[in-house]
Design a protein around this ligand. Structure first.
Ligand code: NAD
Ligand code: UGA
Length: 454
């Protein structure tokens, strides 16, 4: 059997690496239009940072996993083609700002239809609006080759991708359950996953349930974060501690403890885009009240990011003009080099609009990426890039911790304080530092939802 995956991104690369490692008899070709990205997958400097990924890639690359730009022949040779390309929010025309931009998906379908000479299963791995499979079917049904379309959304989280892929909570496969060929296609894909995933965790549904479940899962996760972040504002006003509230609330087995960590807001390429897509779908199906409900989750996230910038500015005597702020972390979460929709972007833009000077340290994000995210050119005197957090903090009025990297928890904050301007502030946007110790060292400390520190 041969698999082709179109799209060598944060999903395509790690997902196919794990399938290749679990199925040594299947040849997998991961293809992409982006030659630079493919070259990086073939080098020692992978384009995606994920714990455990590098050694796993090395164990299968060139054996049964291949990265290439030769899209046409990889599609033609495959029995199963995964579409794992980006589905960003549309920025133009009808639905701009909320609908999904499906032009990359559509061009994959056209390419598959154009170059395929044998029957294939086509799998939606990208997150798609409900009923996208209809679009694929319409394009693929033009010729004599027969295609079966399946929906198999990905639930991995960045930073834990390999762990999630090797031991998933569930695998979801949607297909045409009503036809013999549809059931056969579902069976073929299920059998691949069943090599390492227990059968009871492989859920099969119709196409539309599968497509909608992916959007709904992300909406529920984002909603939990916005809910606890809303409560964090109330904690600050009342003297309650949001981490204590989250623990008490999450101890109820009906609610559960996960995804209740209050923060500067969620980031990442998907939560906002998928929520906006859900809002768009609800409006499209004339359900404005449902659309409003989910839109509020996005609004609360935006409020939380700007509320945090405001807390920093107000604490520093409402004046950060010319002041150096050490920015600890820029990735949207720990253990990834991804900065897409990172809350750090909006927060740092707020600081720059107040003419602050920013000194960045992130263990995995490049200077080039940060400059591009902030729309700055190299050499801008308002920003500096440091190779250690200690350097970033030298001469700073404040440390602003934006990403929960483990290394920030074990720094010598006594040593750091000696090099900072006084009073020295720490704004812990992830509530991950030892506040008591920092207060003992003489820092002024602010966290999220920590009323009793105010
Ligand atoms: P990405 O931007 O990292 O990768 C997509 C790749 O597709 C890019 O390298 C791009 O060059 C390539 N591409 C686009 N059009 C192409 C075409 N016509 N032919 C060949 N290559 C093409 O995106 P990603 O983060 O991997 O996400 C992919 C999809 O998976 C999205 O729909 C996303 O919502 C979903 N998803 C992402 C995550 C995540 O953690 N990033 C998790 C679950 C689901
Ligand atoms: C999320 C989902 O968790 C995945 O299941 C899904 O497959 C993926 O989106 C997707 O569709 O792209 P991801 O965005 O990679 O995964 O990472 P998460 O761990 O969900 O974190 C998202 C954001 O929420 C991060 O900025 C994180 O710091 C923040 N977060 C997370 C909180 O602020 N509090 C929490 O309790 C949890």
């Amino acid at each position: 059997m041969r698999i082709c995956c179109i799209g060598a991104g944060y999903v395509g690369g790690p997902t196919m690496t794990v399938i290749a490692s679990k199925c040594p008899d299947i040849r997998i070709d991961v293809v992409d239009l982006n030659a630079e990205r493919i070259a990086a997958w073939n080098s020692d400097n992978l384009p995606v940072f994920e714990p455990l990924l590098e050694s796993l890639v090395k164990s299968v690359r060139g054996v049964n996993l291949f990265f290439s730009t030769d899209i046409d022949s990889a599609i033609d040779a495959a029995d199963i083609v995964f579409i794992s390309v980006n589905t960003p929010t549309k920025t133009y025309g009808y639905g701009a700002g909320s609908a999904s931009d499906l032009r990359f998906v559509e061009s994959c379908a056209r390419k598959i239809a154009e170059v395929s000479k044998s029957d294939k299963i086509v799998v939606e791995k990208s997150t798609m609006p409900v009923r996208t499979a209809d679009v694929l079917k319409a394009i693929l049904s033009e010729g004599s080759v027969k295609f079966q379309v399946l929906s198999n959304p990905e639930f991995l989280a960045e930073g834990t991708a390999i762990e999630n892929l090797e031991n998933p909570d569930r695998i979801l496969i949607g297909g045409d359950e009503d036809t013999e060929s549809g059931r056969r296609a579902i069976g073929v894909l299920s059998d691949i996953y069943a090599r390492w995933v227990p059968r009871e965790r492989i859920l099969t549904t119709n196409l539309w349930s599968s497509e909608l479940s992916k959007l709904t899962a992300n909406a529920f996760l984002a909603q939990r974060i916005s809910s606890i972040n809303a409560i964090s504002a109330l904690c600050e006003a009342t003297g309650a501690d949001v981490d204590q509230v989250a623990k008490a609330v999450g101890s109820d087995s009906r609610i559960g403890p996960k995804f209740l960590k209050s923060s500067i807001g969620y980031g990442g390429s998907c939560f906002q885009k998928d929520l906006l897509n859900l809002v768009y779908l609800c409006e499209h199906f004339n359900l404005p009240k449902v659309a409003d409900y989910w839109r509020k989750v996005v609004e609360m996230n935006s409020y939380q990011k700007h509320r945090f910038s405001r807390l920093v500015i107000d604490s520093l005597f409402r004046n950060i003009c010319g002041k150096r702020l050490a920015i600890f972390g820029f990735a949207f979460k720990e253990n990834t080099n991804d900065t897409r929709e990172s809350p750090a972007i909006d927060i740092c833009k707020d600081f720059l609009s107040e003419n602050a000077k920013l000194a960045f340290y992130d263990p995995k994000v490049s200077k080039r990426q940060i400059l591009s995210d902030l729309g700055l050119s190299d050499g801008d005197s308002r920003v500096e890039f440091c190779d250690s957090p200690y350097k970033a903090a030298e001469g700073a009025h404040a440390i602003v911790l934006l990403t929960h990297w483990d290394e920030f928890k074990t720094l010598d904050y006594g040593k750091i304080k000696a090099t900072m301007v006084r009073p020295s502030w720490i704004f812990d946007g992830r509530n991950c530092l030892d506040t008591r110790l920092l207060l003992e060292l003489g820092y002024l400390v602010r966290g999220i939802g920590k009323g009793n520190l105010l």
